[in-house]
Ligand binder design. Structure first.
Ligand code: FES
Ligand SMILES: [Fe+2]
Length: 428
């Protein structure tokens, strides 16, 4: 249970709030490359940490991130024309380059003005299908990070973005919480429901996810790392060959995590749009094989159009979330929903836009959630005493990945991690 003050500190991300200022020290995804599919395509209005921006791709393919409202008199640049190397405001025709340089000021003959003035523009890096920006203090811009997902061939990577009407911490805590996997996602993970649910996991996933059901109260080994923390969830798995299944999950500040599957891994960023909305970017990457985006979207429950509109999860209590009570009664569907992403979004939004954590009752299985909050609050404290937040200057994060393996004795997972050259606990 948190105090109201702690809950506010953790969940409020706007300018001037402690978490908002902390988050602004890092780079964030603001769009996918697919949202700006070609030079001079339609611009995008995108909100990040409670501020509005226009994101556009110029004639040469370069991406710019500017404040949404025009430097002249505040019309939305997201209504603008993207043409001939810049974006032009449709109100009085001022035109801006990706770096904020004013290219044309049609209603002003004074040419010195155009040289003196610049639109607020933010650094951009486009990599591996994501458009990243940095909106924090200029003098404090950290290095850009390379992640494990950047290392796989482009053809072996798929990604999508989904917006949810809930605070980022609800989404991130859901992603940290391993003990819901065998219950909420029973359609995918629980023997008996696997066949009944309409949405069956890809066959290679079944083995792994059904372990989640075999031992519902895994032992959690949680350790701090230079980027945040990781936890190993160790389950006893019965059957003809009793064994220990160990799943290592790294979580990195300010909003990332990596989940390992047998031959691919998923990296998720739960990026705050504002206090009540989150843009989750999910990237699947495989060292060995090509992946199928349509199949992935179907498995996640994202192809059901009434649940998703314009990248956004829109189901709510107006229609009882369209929960399929009939299928639940007939034992054809555990949750009444289809697919992991859909189930997670239903749960996160059902708590209201910002869950009041003064009302919760935590148990031992929630230890990773407690650590997640602690690491976020640690970052706030570090900033207060003039230190850098956790992991800010880590440039090479390619060894920040997890694993999912069976070991005869679950305690050997650290040896396995070091043999694989993975990140390790922070001893400092
Ligand atoms: S408000 Fe944009 S040009 Fe005047
Ligand atoms: Fe989930």
């Amino acid at each position: 249970m948190l105090s109201r003050e702690e809950n506010d500190r953790l969940t409020q991300v706007g300018p001037g709030t402690p978490m908002g200022e902390m988050m602004r020290r890092y780079w964030h995804p603001i769009a996918t490359s697919a949202q700006l599919p070609h030079p001079d395509c339609d611009p995008l209005r995108s909100r990040l940490l409670g501020e509005n921006f226009v994101v556009f791709r110029d004639t040469h393919g370069k991406v710019g991130v500017l404040n949404e409202l025009c430097t002249h008199r505040g019309a939305s640049m997201a209504l603008g024309r993207v043409e001939e190397g810049g974006i032009r405001c449709i109100y009085h025709g001022w035109k801006f380059a990706v770096d904020g340089t004013i290219m044309d000021m049609s209603n002003n003959a004074d040419s010195t003005y155009i040289e003196k003035l610049k639109a607020p523009a933010y650094p951009v890096v486009e990599r591996s299908g994501l458009i990243w920006t940095y909106i924090g203090p200029k003098e404090k811009q950290p290095p850009f990070r390379t992640l494990a997902l950047d290392e796989v061939p482009e053809a072996n990577r798929i990604l999508f973005r989904v917006n949810t009407n809930a605070n980022y911490l609800q989404m991130w805590e859901g992603g940290t919480d391993s003990s819901h996997v065998g219950i909420l996602h029973s359609n995918l993970t629980r023997p008996g429901w696997l066949a009944a649910g309409e949405h069956i996991a890809a066959p290679e996933l079944n083995d792994m996810v059904s372990d989640a059901w075999d031992d519902m109260s895994p032992k959690l080994d949680i350790e701090n790392t230079a980027f945040g923390f990781h936890y190993a969830s160790i389950r006893r798995v019965g059957g003809p060959n009793p064994r220990h299944n160990v799943r290592l999950v790294p979580l990195f500040l300010p909003h990332g995590r990596v989940i390992q599957f047998p031959d691919f891994f998923t990296t998720v960023f739960d990026v705050p749009i504002d206090d009540e909305h989150t843009a989750s970017y999910l990237i699947d990457a495989s060292a060995t094989r090509q992946l199928d985006l349509q199949e992935r979207l179907k498995r996640s429950g994202m192809t059901e159009e009434r649940f998703y509109s314009n990248n956004t999860f829109v189901a709510n209590w107006d229609f009882g979330y369209w929960q399929d009570r009939n299928a639940m009664k007939k034992k054809l569907n555990w949750s009444g929903f289809k697919g992991i992403t859909q189930e997670d979004a239903v749960i996160s939004t059902s708590m209201g836009p910002i869950y009041d954590r003064t009302q919760e009752h935590l148990v031992a299985a929630d230890a990773a959630i407690v650590r997640l909050r602690k690491r976020l609050l640690d970052c706030l404290k570090k900033i207060e005493i003039g230190e850098e937040p956790i992991g800010l200057n880590l440039e090479d994060m390619t060894n920040v990945i997890g694993f999912d393996i069976d070991l005869p004795d679950g305690t050997q997972w650290r040896e396995h991690a070091s043999q694989q050259g993975l990140h390790s606990a922070d001893k400092s």
